[in-house]
Design a protein around this ligand. Structure first.
Ligand code: G6P
Length: 560
């Protein structure tokens, strides 16, 4: 078995501000002396000990490089980081997003009781309930055919125009719950400013039966503004009149004035609030396309599932708390083993958008390098999150997971039942998820590789040459998150699980998980450079690379 400590020690960036950090460093040295296979052999109850159920999800975290002592130390680390207090502050609406002076209250959106939640002296619950009622009414009107387009036809195409949090979450949920899609409704997304995105959507929609949702918390995101203007013009070009637009355009925004200015009827504007971050907004009216595509009852069930996970996160002790555990295990690998990436591999084709959504949730939240006081972090925060569906990935990048030089912890997300009961497909899928986590854990030793080659009849010389290539180091950690089936409830719980995992890690790293100033610079520079592409007389006053590329763009476009 290859000892992983040598490979990753240079990347270890302990959280030395916490007293337990020193003990965790020693724990890491101790863990390096053993391996997962041995830990399983020593303790027949390892699975029972390192697994738990919450909100319809089952987490098996036994295939992690940890012992009961590690778990205790991680729990202590969380206490020292004041995670329980932070959870309390999050749920009671404290301004945890201190750089923007806002709370982060996405949990209020899925709250199943009427208890008040106060933001700046105002209870936000009545407005949340009123918005849900408005979504329910609209959904009913669209599905019953009461809401009609400008030629009197019912709506059959829902087109979400939005980007980032106003796109990734709704798309992931709708595709994740494909079996629940209303048969008469087609769903489409226009996110990218790339004309290819809008051009392709136009090929599949019909102006008479299309309902566009302009989803933008700020209503100032250039991609969404331009795409919305292009869609409105397209409607007019297809024969709609200016007064018909109200029947075909809705908006979701916290910037009502801007949405009205764009031409959306005030009755058709659904509110968003400052206290909901874009990447946490699918539970708000940003989820309108979810309700319209899957039905309001399914949207409600999604909220309910998330609420159950919220309640678990709010009340469970740290070492029995699923999101906190995932967060702590992630910190254990990131800061004490030098793992800089984390893979999320859903074994469910419908969940193929989950890694994309989680990339925004995780990387936009914790991709930060200063602490709450603005001081540069002395440790690493925010790993690269990536992934795609199994079994497809097994025939592509899993090679690196098994034999590469990087340590990449994995989350396998697997339903026990499929919505499509076709032959043995699903047991095969499940068996693959299990065999991948087993292979990562157990690997293949040099002796095993040699024995295998000997059985195939190879000569001693050939065996010596080939065997090292066939060694799989193993000892590579993974979590398995299992649900009986992907339903609105379990998917709601799953997404909330990851949201709270990210919060836990943000707390441990002492970063503000709810702002995203890094995104702003690219936007500002884009505004400066766009006129230089349009106006060929404008001076080239940028760095030589940017100037050179602008010149090429001008040359190519002038040559046409
Ligand atoms: O909803 P909008 O205001 O249009 O914002 C859409 C996206 O824009 C930005 O790039 C932010 O980084 C994202 O967090 C946000 O979700």
């Amino acid at each position: 078995m290859i000892n992983q400590s040598n490979r990753t020690i240079s990347g270890v960036t302990p959280l030395s501000q916490y007293p337990s950090s020193e003990a965790l460093l020693q724990e890491k040295q101790a863990i390096d002396q053993t391996n997962l296979k041995a830990l399983f052999a020593e303790d027949s109850k390892r699975f029972e000990q390192f697994s738990l159920k919450a909100a319809g999800l089952f987490l098996d975290y036994s295939k992690n490089l940890m012992t009961p002592e590690t778990l205790q130390l991680l729990g202590k680390l969380a206490e020292e980081a004041k995670l329980p207090e932070a959870i309390k502050r999050l749920f009671q609406g404290d301004k945890v997003n201190h750089t923007e002076q806002r709370p982060a209250l996405h949990m209020a959106l899925r709250k199943q009781d009427d208890e008040a939640i106060w933001v700046d002296g105002q209870d936000v619950m009545p407005e949340i309930k009123a918005t849900l009622a408005k979504i329910a009414t609209l959904t009913q009107q669209v599905h019953s055919g009461k809401w009609r387009g400008y030629t009197g036809k019912p709506i059959t195409h829902i087109i979400n125009i939005g980007i980032g949090g106003s796109f990734l979450g709704p798309k992931m949920i709708i595709e994740g719950l494909t079996p629940y899609i209303k048969p008469d409704i087609k769903h489409h997304y226009i996110a990218n400013i790339d004309p290819n995105d809008v051009a392709e959507a136009f090929k599949h929609i019909d102006p008479e039966t299309s309902l566009f949702i302009v989803a933008s918390k700020s209503f100032s995101t250039i991609e969404t503004k331009l795409n919305a203007e292009t869609c409105r013009q397209w409607m007019l070009d297809q024969g709609a009149k200016a007064e018909d637009i109200a029947k075909h355009f809705l908006a979701v925004s916290s910037n009502v004035d801007k949405a009205v200015e764009f031409g959306i009827h005030p009755d058709n504007i659904y509110p968003m609030w400052d206290w909901v971050g874009g990447r946490y907004s699918l539970w708000s009216a940003i989820g309108l396309p979810i309700a319209l595509t899957l039905g309001f009852d399914n949207f409600e069930a999604l909220l309910k599932g998330a609420y159950q996970m919220d309640e678990h996160f709010r009340t469970a002790p740290i070492t029995e708390n699923m999101p906190a555990l995932l967060g702590l295990i992630g910190v254990w690998y990131h800061n004490y083993h030098g793992a800089t990436a984390h893979a999320v591999l859903p074994y469910d084709q419908y969940l193929s958008e989950l890694p994309n959504h989680l990339q925004q949730v995780d990387m936009e939240s914790n991709g930060k390098s200063v602490n709450h006081d603005g001081e540069t972090l002395s440790y690493s925060s925010g790993p690269v999150i990536w992934g795609d569906t199994g079994t497809n990935g097994q025939h592509a990048y899993h090679q690196l997971l098994h034999q590469g030089t990087l340590l990449i912890p994995v989350d396998f997300v697997v339903p026990a039942q499929s919505h499509n009961d076709i032959g043995d497909h699903h047991p095969w899928l499940f068996a693959n998820a299990l065999s991948q986590s087993q292979a990562l854990m157990a690997g293949k030793t040099l002796d095993e590789a040699k024995a295998e080659l000997a059985e195939q009849g190879l000569s001693t010389e050939e065996i010596e040459k080939l065997a090292p290539h066939k060694v799989i180091p193993g000892n590579r950690p993974s979590n398995t998150i299992l649900m009986s089936k992907v339903t609105p409830e379990t998917l709601g719980a799953l997404v909330a699980l990851y949201e709270h995992k990210v919060f836990t890690q943000g707390m441990l790293w002492q970063v503000n998980s709810f702002d995203q100033w890094g995104v702003e610079l690219g936007k500002q520079l884009g505004n400066t450079l766009f006129p230089k592409l349009k106006d060929t007389d404008s001076p080239l006053d940028q760095d030589s690379s940017t100037n050179g590329l602008i010149s090429l763009f001008r040359e190519i476009n002038q040559g046409e």
